[in-house]
Write a protein that binds this ligand. Structure first.
Ligand code: SIN
Length: 479
């Protein structure tokens, strides 16, 4: 596919713009080749995008939700009709395997479908009045113009997970995608254009995150920022947004523990750990990042898990036989290698992997299993965001809980036990927004996604996911 020929422009007020601007080059992490370019716009264009969303808000929010939903349904259909095209763009600019990219397109579309339906269930309330001459009501209103700042690891799904509820609620939106993967986002906005959304309702700008982000957080017309990315950037956005008390949804870093207890079904635990750990080459916020296995089954788990890991084929995501694609860039591979080297220097053993797959110049790292891991190793303290599975031995449920909660992050955790009582007691003590119990793939459009502690604020998906785009207005009526 010739992605370079795609219309990679910005979209402001229903017009494709940015032809005259400097171009941002987008690289294929598997080959280093340029797969496309898009405009590098700045503050002025961001202001124009916000102005257009602001002007469009009045009419868009006044439509009936059924009218708004009709656009979302068309958009949903177009995404599914163009699944192959979109999946190929995702693989080319992000690196994940085509199989995973197709899965991401379905996942992305499922958020639009879910929120198109959920929009129809934005209910207010009637409060019983203390005074018979008064009626008391709660009305729900869209927050206004939303700025969505989206990441590179799920360039389609993280965009639809924000745009779906925002548009259904009656908000208008300006999207700023990651500069690593803007082509998927621009393609999704092309489908919005085709679906006929009124001008100004959706807008996209690409370029420097610092400049565009600064404008989006300072611009008084933006009432809400929704962001997926690092905790470090999330904290900066929160500081900037505080000046105008903008609404915020932040889906930030994770450092997910996987706890495998001695009564676990080992087959299930191995398969689910594979699914969690190696999804997107380890580059998801909810990938298991540190694995705690109870002493009675530690050796057996390490052996069976490592055998499965050795079967994984590393390569270009476009190759149908590839299981693990490249990491996003050289800094990401270096970080993975540093974590492995640090662990080995402190006494960990490499059971499999532990090296660059094709040399230091490339972005591929062999899926790695580390045993004899201890809590002081970097790999157990920081999010690795790569295909490394460090396995630490634990003795008790209490130790598992303490170690799991010892991180400032609280996005996802996984527990493997066949005991209802043990599982329940442990999960009740875990400070994590998402828990997979004998399940390595908990994400779904109809379920709330988000973290506790430094993993963020708010929830995306589920009926909770639309709440963050609504204001509550109490109306007291004297008759
Ligand atoms: C993420 O990595 O931020 C999203 C993963 C998911 O939705 O499952």
């Amino acid at each position: 596919m010739n992605v370079v020929s795609m219309k990679a422009l910005n979209y402001i007020n229903g017009e494709w713009v940015g032809e005259e601007h400097d171009r941002l080059e987008v690289f294929n992490p598997a080959s280093g080749e340029i797969v496309g370019t898009c405009p590098k716009v700045g503050r002025v264009e961001t202001q124009l995008a916000v102005d257009s969303a602001y002007t469009a808000f009045s009419e868009w929010s006044s439509l009936s939700v059924y009218e708004r939903v009709s656009y979302l349904k068309k958009w949903h259909q177009l995404i599914l009709q163009n699944k192959e095209e979109l999946a190929t763009i995702i693989t080319l600019e992000m690196g994940k395997t085509l199989k995973e990219a197709r899965g991401e397109v379905d996942y992305a579309a499922s958020y639009i479908e879910w929120f198109a339906e959920e929009g129809k269930r934005i209910y207010g309330e009637i409060i019983p009045s203390h005074n018979k001459e008064k009626r008391m009501q709660v009305w729900k209103k869209p927050v206004g113009v939303v700025a969505a700042i989206t990441p590179w690891n799920f360039p389609a799904a993280m965009l639809t997970r924000k745009m779906g509820p925002a548009l259904a609620a009656g908000c208008t939106i300006v999207v700023k995608p990651s500069s690593d993967t803007p082509l998927t986002a621009i393609k999704l906005i092309e489908y919005c254009h085709e679906a006929g959304f009124p001008k100004g309702v959706v807008n996209i700008v690409t370029g420097s995150s610092a400049i565009i982000g600064d404008e989006l957080t300072k611009n008084e017309k933006v009432r809400k920022i929704t962001f997926t990315g690092s905790t470090e950037v999330g904290k900066k956005l929160m500081e900037q947004a505080a000046h105008q008390m903008k609404r915020l949804s932040l889906e930030l870093g994770g450092h997910a523990p996987i706890i495998v207890l001695d009564d676990a079904n080992i087959d299930k635990a191995v398969q689910a750990t594979m699914a969690s750990k190696f999804r997107n080459a380890g580059q998801t916020c909810i990938c298991g990042n540190r694995i705690y296995v109870q002493s009675g089954i530690y050796d057996e788990f390490v052996e069976r898990f490592s055998k499965e890991v050795q079967k994984l084929k590393v390569g270009n995501g476009l190759d149908a036989t590839t299981d693990i694609g490249p990491l996003i860039n050289s800094a990401a591979v270096q970080k993975v290698n540093e974590h492995v080297e640090d662990a080995v220097s402190k006494g960990a053993s490499i059971v499999t992997g532990g090296v660059y797959a094709y040399g230091k110049e490339d972005n591929f790292y062999l899926p790695t299993v580390l045993s004899n891991v201890k809590s002081d190793m970097l790999v157990m303290r920081e999010e690795t965001f790569g295909p490394v599975a460090p396995i630490q031995k634990i003795t008790s449920d209490q130790e598992a809980i303490e170690l799991a909660n010892s991180s400032p992050y609280g996005l996802a955790a996984y527990v493997f036990t066949e005991s209802m009582s043990r599982g329940t007691k442990i999960i009740e003590k875990l400070d994590f927004g998402i828990v997979g119990w004998n399940d390595g793939a908990p994400s779904a459009a109809q379920a709330p996604f988000g973290g506790m502690k430094e993993s963020g604020i708010g929830r995306e998906g589920g009926h909770q996911g639309i709440e963050d785009f609504l204001e509550t207005q109490y109306v007291s009526i004297a008759l």
